[in-house]
Structures are given as C-alpha cells and as structure tokens.
Design a protein around this ligand. Structure first.
Ligand code: G2I
Length: 453
C-alpha cells in the first residue's frame, strides 16, 4: 500500500503526517482544461496553423508551457521591430528575436516575422534623421536585407509592410510613403524576397477584416502587385476586434483575397470588452473568436490564425484602451476562458468543459529553480459556483509536493489531491480562488492535467 503525505497551510508546512491514500480521491465531475486537445493539434487536423504573439523574456513557466504546447506559430510581439533590433544606427540587438526563434524551433513551431517596414516603433536615429530619398531607400534596403538575411530559412512568413493605409483607403502619411512614394511597398517586398526566397511575404493591416474602403485599397494594391510580378504571398488581417463586432463580411473578404492568388492570415486576433468581464460578455467573446476562426477554416488559403497575446496578463489592450481588456483566450491566471473553447470548437474540437456555467481549475508554475518549483492552481467559476472543492492530478515525472498553502494537499505516489481550506471553499460566480504549493522536480517538470471534482 502506498502512503501519502499531507501538507496543509504555511503553518503546518513541514509537519507532514502520513495518512492512508485510500478514499482520498474522488472522481472528478468537471474535467479541466489541460485534458482538452491542444489547439495546435486541432489546427493541424484542419490544415491550419494557430499562433500567438509572444514576449521572449516570458517564455518560461506556465507562459512557456502554454505557448509551446497550444500554438504552432509564434510572432515576436516587439522583438523584431526596427527600434528593437537597431536602437542605435549600426548597433544590433537580436537577443530577444533569437530567443523566440530558438524556442519556436525547439517546439516545432513556425515563426511569423513582424515587422520590417512600419511607421511606428522605429529607432529615433531613423525618425529624427534628415534623409534624401536615396538615403532612405538605401537604409530600408539594408534593414530588410540584414534582418531577413539573418533569419533566412527560419521564418515562415514576414509581415514585410505593416499598416500602410488610412481608413479611407488612401496611403498613410509615413516616413516611407512621404520619402519614397508608394513604390516603397514593391521595393520592400522585392528586397525581402532576395534575402530569403522561401519566406512568404505579407502586407499586414488592421480594420481590413471586412469589406470596406480600407480593405478595398489593400485588395487593389495586392492585385496590382501580383500583376506587376512583385513577390507578394499573403495578406495579414490583424483583427483587433471589439466585442460583438466581427464584420459580417469577414469570410467573403478572406475569400476575395484568396481568389487573387495570395494566402491570408489572421495575424493579431483579440476581442476587447468593457471591463469588468462577466459571463454574458465572455459568452459573446467565445462566439466572436469562434466565428473568426471558423471563417479562416472555411477558406483553404487562410493558413494561420494568430492571437495577439494568449493571456489577459499579456495584452496591449488594457494600457491602450483604458477601461477595456480581457481580450485574449486565457485569463490572467492562465485559465482558459470561453473564448479558448470558441477557438477549439471552430477547429473541430469537442469541448469537454462546458464553456459557460462551469467552474474550472488551471495549474501553473510561477517560479522554478534547479531542484524545486512553486506552482498554483486557480479555480474559476463563471455562471456557476462552488461551496467546496477538490483538485487532483497525477505527476508524470516524479515531482513531489513539499508544502502547500490555502489548501490541504496529499500526495500518494504520483497522485496529488488538494481540498479547500476551511476559509476558501466558496467560489462565487465570476470569481476565483487560488492555492499554492512548493514541490521538487528533476529532469523535467511537465504540467499535469488537473481534475476539479
Ligand atoms: O498596437 C497593437 C499592434 C497593432 N499592430 C501591429 C503590432 O505590432 C502592434 O503591437 C503592439 C505591441 O503589442 C505592443 O507591445 O505594438 C505596440 C506599439 O505600437 C507595442 O507597445 C509597446 C509600447 O508602446 C512601448 O511603450 C513598450 O516599450 O510595447 C513596448 C514593449 O513592451
């Protein structure tokens, strides 16, 4: 008979007693997210790629686990922008970009390079300089040749030109347009193709998801580039959307670009809502994510859907649109939201966890050192509530809990079961409870599937 160790509360940590394991484990009634098929596997079965924007420094712990396991493509959120890679003229910093590319390769993921020619996040030496058009052209060519050349063979697709249009379909007044005219776009594509002939080359913009004046301009540009033999392989529809406002013409718009003979990618998907989130808004957000992904699934030349950050703790939205947020498929504690299941369902997944009206448990690692780690489990309820809870999981690599707080945890062999403390059994609708633990590990520390029962 196996024995189990009991850990409860910081005060009792280290005072573990031996108790019998028998009867401690009840079968879970609400399967938690980790048991669901990863999005990348669902996408692959549809012939699609699912991606996320990432920050290199965060690619450890739970963030790294989810980025590596759920997604088949990474886009550096900022790491490949000109201001990041060449902050001082002639001085290059590829650290974060290299880190993301290495992570992607280690996890069998594509990388979408983002972005080579943009009006924003350029280094001040470039934007403050006074350049003739010949100088500007040469600076741009060198930038593209250097960056694309550095990652030749390692980048599936480049957002070569980012956000070239105004809302009315006229060209945006930028350093590039003002200095070089609209020909900068064809030149940038041509130079990028010369530096990496295998990379797919995109023009990427926002508010071009539906049929409108701006997407008409993009359509006409792509058509003329194709006619002129310029290497253009795809268009990126960023899809920074507002709750309940997925354009009704999204699929039609994707299809018309596909019919021009280019690929389409949804490159920066998020759906922001007025805070606070509630179960009604989260259900709408699920529907929105689902309809965007479904529109891509419906068009064979739509090759990739990328979310612009996968966790609400890692989104550009909150600081840019005060009062808005909760725009991504995972909450700030890395628990999957209904939106996650919207993506999953659109990719053909069967949802084992009711996406609304349920409580879920999410396991994450917040700190890890050579012999140990700190983890936590967050129990979240949306449209449901609990008056007590128990979470169980099985460690796959010999991890051993040494201490727990805000729960009573027992471990018997590889099996762990944690029940609420006297003061935190209640999880109200729309709220969450977190407990933590320290544990030892060696070799590897895979994230287990957790069951809430
Ligand atoms: O603005 C949302 C996206 C629109 N399409 C192009 C994308 O490249 C763009 O991404 C965002 C990043 O997600 C933000 O992280 O671009 C922003 C800049 O326009 C990025 O914000 C910047 C902040 O403005 C800086 O203060 C900060 O130092 O992120 C930097 C790095 O965290």
């Amino acid at each position: 008979m196996r024995t189990s160790r009991t850990f409860s509360g910081l005060l009792r940590a280290g005072l573990a007693g031996l108790v019998a394991a028998a009867g401690l484990f009840t079968a879970g009634t609400l399967p938690a997210h980790a048991a669901d098929t990863p999005l990348r596997d669902l996408a692959a079965a549809q012939g699609k790629v699912i991606g996320t924007a990432v920050t290199g420094s965060k690619l450890t712990g739970t963030y790294g686990d989810l980025a590596g396991s759920q997604f088949s493509s990474l886009t550096p959120g900022n790491a490949m922008k000109w201001g990041t890679v060449e902050p001082t003229q002639g001085t290059f910093n590829w650290t974060e970009a290299d880190q993301i590319v290495a992570f992607a390769q280690a996890h069998n993921q594509q990388v979408r390079g983002h972005t080579l020619v943009w009006h924003s996040q350029n280094p001040s030496w470039l934007t403050n300089g006074t350049w003739t058009s010949a100088q500007l052209s040469s600076l741009l060519q060198n930038h593209i040749s250097t960056e694309v050349g550095r990652y030749k063979g390692e980048i599936a697709a480049w957002d070569v030109v980012n956000e070239p249009f105004n809302e009315d379909g006229t060209y945006r007044s930028t350093l590039w347009y003002n200095g070089l005219g609209s020909g900068y776009i064809a030149n940038a594509l041509t130079w990028a193709h010369a530096a990496d002939p295998a990379a797919k080359l995109y023009i990427n913009d926002y508010n071009v998801e539906g049929v409108n004046a701006k997407s008409d301009a993009l359509y006409n540009l792509v058509k003329s580039l194709k006619a002129a033999g310029v290497p253009i392989d795809g268009v990126g529809l960023q899809a920074h959307l507002i709750l309940g406002q997925v354009p009704s013409t999204l699929q039609q718009n994707i299809q018309r670009f596909a019919d021009l003979g280019v690929d389409v990618a949804i490159t920066e998907l998020d759906v922001r809502m007025a805070l606070p989130a509630d179960s009604t808004k989260l259900a709408q957000q699920k529907a929105d994510f689902k309809s965007v992904v479904a529109a891509c699934v419906a068009v064979s030349r739509c090759v990739n859907v990328t979310v612009w950050g996968f966790s609400d703790s890692d989104s550009w939205v909150d600081s840019t649109f005060p009062g808005y947020g909760a725009a991504t498929p995972y909450d700030a504690n890395y628990a999957p939201k209904p939106a996650y299941y919207g993506i999953s369902e659109a990719l053909g997944g069967t949802t084992t966890t009711p996406p609304t009206g349920a409580c879920t448990a999410a396991y994450s690692v917040s700190n890890q050192w050579t012999t140990g780690f700190t983890g936590q489990v967050t129990i979240s309820c949306s449209g449901a509530a609990l008056s007590s809870w128990k979470v169980s999981w099985t460690y796959g690599a010999g991890q051993q809990i040494t201490q727990a707080w805000n729960a009573t945890c027992t471990q018997s062999g590889a099996d762990v079961s944690c029940a609420n403390a006297s003061y935190n059994g209640t999880v109200a609708d729309g709220s969450s409870v977190t407990f933590g633990f320290n544990a030892s590990w060696s070799g590897s520390n895979p994230v287990p599937s957790v069951t809430l029962g």
